[in-house]
Design a binder for this molecule. Sequence first.
Ligand code: NDP
Ligand code: GDR
Length: 374
Amino acid sequence: MTKKALITGVTGQDGSYLAEFLLEKGYEVHGIKRRASSFNTQRVDHIFQDPHEEAPRFFLHYGDLTDSSNLTRIMAEVRPDEVYNLGAQSHVAVSFEAPEYTADVDGLGALRLLEAIRFLGLEGHSRFYQASTSELYGLVRETPQTEATPFHPRSPYAVAKLYAYWITVNYREAYGLFACNGILFNHESPRRGETFVTRKITRGMANIAQGLERCLYMGNLDALRDWGHARDYVQMQWLMLQCDTPEDFVIASGEQHSVRQFLIWTAGELGISLEFRGSGPEEIAVVASVSGEDAPALKPGDVVMRVDPQYFRPAEVATLLGDAAKAREKLGWVPQTGLRDMIAEMVAADLWTARRHALLKDHGLDLPVAAGGA
Ligand code: NDP
Ligand code: GDR
C-alpha cells in the first residue's frame, strides 16, 4: 500500500525538502498551500505534477491553519498515514509585530490538526509530527540544550510554539496519538526565506558583490546559533514517525557560531575579507581586500555592513547550542552537510541569481531587487 503524507507549510523551506524526500521514498504527498495574490509555489514547482498526468503522487490543497473546517475536510479526504505540521508564521521578529496572528497559526493551528485527527477517529491511523523549535529554550537555563532542558520562551513566536509543543504531548498522553515533537535548531539552505539572518547575509553579500545593493543593515551580530542544513534535518522528521514509540527529539549540529562569523565566512566565499570597526549600534564592516572575480563591484574601504538597531529584538535569544545525543543514538542522526559547505552552497546559489540580475542590468534591463527586511 502506498503511504500518504499530509504536509502543512509545504511551500516553505522544510516543506519543500520533505516533500522531495517523501516522494523519493514512494509516498503519495499532499501539501496545504495558502491562497495568495501571486504564485507562492516556487520551492515546489520542480516537483509539481500535473493532475491530468498518469498516476500523480503530489497534490496541493488550498488551506490555512486558521481554518478548522478546511483542515478537517482535507484530513477526511486524504486520511494520511503521516501528518507533518510545518506551517507557521515562522519569523521571530515578525511575531512581535503580529503576536495574535502568530498565536493563532503557530499555537492553535497544531490543536486544530490534532482535533481533526481525533474527530475523524484517525488516532490509530495518522501519526503526527510537530515542528517544535530551539526557540522554546529562549533564555537558556543550561548549555548545551537537550530534551530535558527547561523552556523559557522569549517571543510571541516561541510562546505560541510552546503551546503547540505541549498540546502535542497532551494528545499523545490523553488519546494515545502517535505524536512527536522535533525540537529543531536553526537549519538553513539556499531555499531559506530571504529575511532570516543567514539568507539575508548570503543574498545581500552576493548582491553587493555584483553591484546590485550597497550595504547590509543588520541587527545583533553577537547572537550565537547552532546552524545545520535543512535537507539533513527533514530526514529526521520522517524518522521520528518511523519509531516504535512516539518521542520528542532535539536535532542540532552541536556547533555554535556568531552571526558576525557567518558574515565573515560568507564574505570569504566571495573573495572578500572584512574588517570590523566600532561596536554595538555603531559597528560597521569595511572591505579590507578583494580577490578573485566574484566581487567586481567592491574595493578596499567600501562599507558593506552597518548595524541598524531597528533589527534588534524586544527580547533576544542570545545563545543556542543543541545536544542531539538522543537522536544520534535512537535515530542514527549524522548530519551530512557542515556549516562551511552549507554557506558555500548558499553563496553559490545567491551569486548565480545576482550575476543574472547584473547581466540584465548591463543590458539596460534593470529589474528591481528587493532589499532589507526583518
Ligand atoms: P518557512 O517560513 O520557510 O515556511 C513556513 C510555511 O508555513 C510556508 O509554507 C508558509 O506558507 C506556511 N504558512 C504560514 N502561515 C500559514 C497559515 N496561516 N496556514 C498555513 N500555512 C501557513 O519555515 P521553515 O520551512 O523554515 O520551517 C518549517 C517549520 O519549522 C515552521 O513551523 C518553523 O516555525 C519550524 N522551525 C523552523 C526552524 C528553522 O530553522 N528553519 C527551526 C525550528 C523550527 P507561504 O509559503 O504561503 O508563506
Ligand atoms: P531565529 O532566526 O530568530 O533564530 O529563528 P533568524 O535567522 O531570524 O535570527 C537568528 C539570529 O540572528 C540575529 N540577527 C538577525 N536576524 C534577522 N532575521 N535579521 C537581521 O538583520 C539580524 N541581525 C542579527 C537575530 O537577532 C537572531 O538572534 C529561526 C526561525 O526559523 C524560527 O522559525 C525557528 O524556530 C528558529 O530559527 C530555530
